[in-house]
Ligand binder design. Structure first.
Ligand SMILES: Nc1nc2c(ncn2[C@@H]2O[C@H](COP(=O)(O)OP(=O)(O)OP(=O)(O)O)[C@@H](O)[C@H]2O)c(=O)[nH]1
Ligand SMILES: [Mg+2]
Length: 230
């Protein structure tokens, strides 16, 4: 069982401990949000299964918007610096957080990431901070990190049933991004079904579909980011 989010059959004692952990997490998330705003930035928290294309989307975003927006990235993974190395190669401030086994980031860990980003910035400002959560469609939804918006992503090869089967991230996100649409000819992924299921869970959800490989749909994502950062 995950040591903090209690993702199976909790006892009443477990529920009490989890509630106090979540209250402490929310307090830390609030403090993180103030620090992010002090950097001049707004923050996104990207949530998806492993391999949905989060880091690739960030690479393409930095390539396209790097001269318009000052972007910083916090990478969350269980192990390795690999995603941070990919983002560092694009020349923006980045820090890798490794959870050592936990299936999600939490706000106190992100606070340590903010320490590192602030050291790297040396007083310079950011427009956008993107937090790429650990690849997992369940546990990250429970933990606020200080983000201003959550984005949930599902890739075409994962199948259209993910919103219905893993609803929590869809309840708490403002934007649902269907990724890898260049693969639609090869997979049975009715975009309208996935969209309808997601909207049934959260009617306010904005939905977009894109491919980091073909570039299809990317303009809408870039426009969203420019609007989001104001
Ligand atoms: N066909 C296709 N492949 C993609 C696309 N975006 C990413 N990929 C591939 O999908 C794989 C996973 O991409 P990543 O960007 O590393 O995925 P991620 O969500 O960051 O993965 P984790 O950090 O491990 O959760 C890589 O082999 C990418 O090249 C896309 O739009 N189309
Ligand atoms: Mg990644």
């Amino acid at each position: 069982m995950c040591d903090t989010c209690g993702c199976h059959s909790p006892s009443s004692t477990t529920i009490e401990i989890n509630q106090s952990l979540l209250a402490a997490n929310n307090q830390a998330a609030h403090a993180n949000q103030h620090r992010i705003e002090a950097m001049g930035a707004v923050a996104l928290n990207l949530i998806s299964s492993p391999g949905s294309g989060k880091t690739t989307l960030l690479e393409k975003t930095i390539e396209a918007l790097g001269d318009k927006l000052r972007i910083g990235v916090i990478e969350g993974d269980i192990e390795t610096e690999r995603d941070a190395e990919r983002i560092r190669a694009k020349g923006v401030p980045v820090v890798q957080l490794t959870t050592g086994g936990a299936c999600h980031l939490d706000a106190p860990l992100v606070a340590r990431g903010l320490d590192a980003i602030e050291r790297e910035l040396k007083g310079e400002k950011l427009d956008l901070l993107v937090i790429e959560n650990v690849g997992n469609l369940v546990c990250p939804a429970t933990f606020a990190l200080g983000e201003h918006q959550r984005v949930v992503l599902v890739s075409v090869p994962e199948g259209p049933d993910k919103p219905a089967k893993y609803p929590s991230a869809f309840h708490s996100s403002k934007l649902f991004v269907i990724t890898k649409i260049d693969l639609l000819p090869y997979f049975d992924f009715p975009v309208n079904e996935a969209t309808a299921d997601a909207l049934a869970l959260n009617p306010d959800l904005r939905v977009m579909a894109l491919s980091s490989v073909s570039g299809q749909g990317m303009e809408e994502w870039f426009d969203f980011l420019l609007e989001f950062t104001g």
